[in-house]
Design a protein around this ligand. Structure first.
Ligand SMILES: NC(=O)c1ccc[n+]([C@@H]2O[C@H](COP(=O)([O-])OP(=O)(O)OC[C@H]3O[C@@H](n4cnc5c(N)ncnc54)[C@H](O)[C@@H]3O)[C@@H](O)[C@H]2O)c1
Length: 309
């Protein structure tokens, strides 16, 4: 399948990661329709493509609207979700309605209208506490948050529908992604705190937690790449940066990026409930498709700094 002239629906397309997917699709000549309820999306994320896309404000919970938009599409990327874990703890009903029921609506319409491929944004949160690292796709799935459980419901449903109805479904489990347009999480928080006070930086936890950060352009490219790869149908893949670092290393790299040498860094020692100590992805499977991340953390942090300033 070629993207040129293909009609593609991106749900949640005004959000952080999905807006980068929209950019890639438009650049490759696709006719993109974005569906976003703007609960977290931002119009400025789509400013560069606003004249090239159709933008619909609405929810994936609205089955009729979803069906109208899916009709005639070759490809669907389902990113619409509450992607905020603490919010999922507070409002599990909203989380389930969007992440699980919304996915049900999208898959139902994809099946009805014979969409050639549906790409589902899944998450490392489907694994829960790591039993070993790096975590490959065979790691046990035991989510520990409402968010992780609702995303696992969506992923499991898609795989089961592939088995039952031959739905051309692929899921990608995203580990920590960062980059321009990011609205939350550790790299964003650290930059914001340093902007507010570059003399003293308070960091939650011990600094020992390990994460595997992926630059957003690489995460977006993984989605587009696998959408065009027929061998990825009916399967699930991890995506991460492939160079795990501790929070202490990350803080040092950020200070270095900003040229700060005198910042006093203070670790609270206390993490938040559910914080996972070591979150590292096994990437052999996605590398086996020929795809590999291209932007390392040093370069990605430079680009992030340029954006946030
Ligand atoms: N950022 C990460 O590191 C990360 C990690 C794992 C998985 N993910 C997944 O990637 C996807 C994108 O996440 P993000 O970090 O870019 O978050 P984001 O909040 O920026 O993007 C999600 C978008 O979905 C929209 N949305 C929410 N509810 C909706 C609804 N009912 N109908 C239509 N649109 C709705 C929001 O307005 C937002 O624009 C999500 O599915 C998330 O679960 C992200």
């Amino acid at each position: 399948m070629s993207l040129a002239q293909s009609r593609v629906l991106v749900t949640g397309g005004a959000g952080f990661i999905p807006s980068h997917v929209v950019d890639l699709l438009v650049a490759q000549g696709a006719k993109v329709v974005v569906l976003d309820d703007m609960s977290a999306g931002k119009t400025e994320n789509l400013v560069g493509v606003k004249d090239d896309i159709e933008f619909v404000v609405g929810s994936v919970a609205d089955a009729e609207l979803v069906d109208r938009l899916v009709k005639g599409c070759h490809l669907v990327f389902n990113f619409a979700a509450n992607a905020d874990v603490p919010r999922s703890v507070k409002f599990p009903e909203v989380d389930f309605a969007t992440n699980a029921v919304g996915a049900f609506n999208v898959y139902t319409s994809c099946r009805r209208h014979g969409v050639a491929r549906i790409m589902q944004a899944s998450t490392a949160a489907v694994y829960g506490e790591p039993e070993y690292t790096p975590m490959d796709e065979r790691h046990r799935l035991r989510p520990i948050s409402p968010y992780g459980s609702s995303k696992l419901a969506a992923e499991a449903m898609g795989l089961a529908w592939h088995h039952t109805y031959a739905l051309p479904f692929t899921a990608i489990r995203i580990f920590n992604t960062y980059g321009p347009r990011q609205p939350r999480y550790v790299i964003y928080d650290l930059f914001r705190k340093i902007q507010a006070n570059s003399q003293r930086l308070e960091v939650l936890g011990t600094g020992e937690q390990i994460r595997d950060y992926c630059y957003v352009a690489d995460t977006a490219a993984a989605f587009v790449n696998l959408a065009l790869n027929p061998t990825a149908v009916g399967d699930v893949y991890n995506i991460a940066g492939g160079s795990p670092v501790s929070i202490k290393q990350l803080v040092a790299m950020i200070l270095d990026t900003l040229g700060l040498t005198d910042t006093e860094v203070y670790y609270t020692g206390q993490s938040w409930p559910g914080d996972i100590n070591r979150l590292v992805a096994g990437l052999d499977k996605i590398r086996g498709t020929g795809f590999a991340p291209t932007v390392d953390l040093t370069e990605g942090l430079k680009r992030f700094a340029a954006w946030i300033e």
